[in-house]
Design a binder for this molecule. Structure first.
Ligand SMILES: [Zn+2]
Ligand SMILES: [Zn+2]
Length: 141
């Protein structure tokens, strides 16, 4: 039986087949955008999050998503605060958990909806800070 859902990004109805809850068209767009970010970071290592967002016209939230997915990494200061460990809140450079929490298996995730909303509204403030990033070359599957 087909699992029909609304695309989280464009709202269209599509057959869900796993992975992120977005339709194939948005997924394709997402991959294309990621490739542009990747190429840009490759040619301009150490550029800031806001610069990438402005130059490529890709939202800060989207770029943060790539960071959370562990596809990009922040290369400057430890106290960047743009990404936090979802378990203990410590500043991290990529992914969703700090090394400590990632190795501690049976920890509970604190992921309340209100906390997520706070983060969304913080996106613009984050963008103004000089967060430098680089492409994390580990998707060679
Ligand atoms: Zn879509
Ligand atoms: Zn942690």
């Amino acid at each position: 039986m087909p699992d029909v859902r609304n695309c989280k990004r464009c709202g269209k109805i599509y057959n869900y087949i796993g992975g992120p809850p977005i339709c194939p068209i948005c997924k394709e767009q997402d991959e294309a955008d990621f490739k542009r970010v990747k190429d840009y970071l490759y040619k301009n290592p150490g550029v800031t999050l806001s610069e990438v967002s402005t130059v490529l016209g890709i939202s800060v939230e989207r770029i943060k998503m790539y960071l959370k997915e562990g596809r990009l990494e922040i290369i400057n200061d430890e106290g960047n605060m743009i990404l936090e460990c979802e378990s203990c809140g410590k500043a991290i450079k990529t992914g969703r958990l700090c090394n400590d929490c990632a190795t501690g298996l049976s920890r509970e995730f604190k992921s309340t909806a209100s906390k997520l909303n706070d983060k969304v509204s913080q996106a613009e403030a984050d963008a103004k800070r000089a967060i430098a990033m680089r492409y994390l070359n580990k998707d060679a599957k």
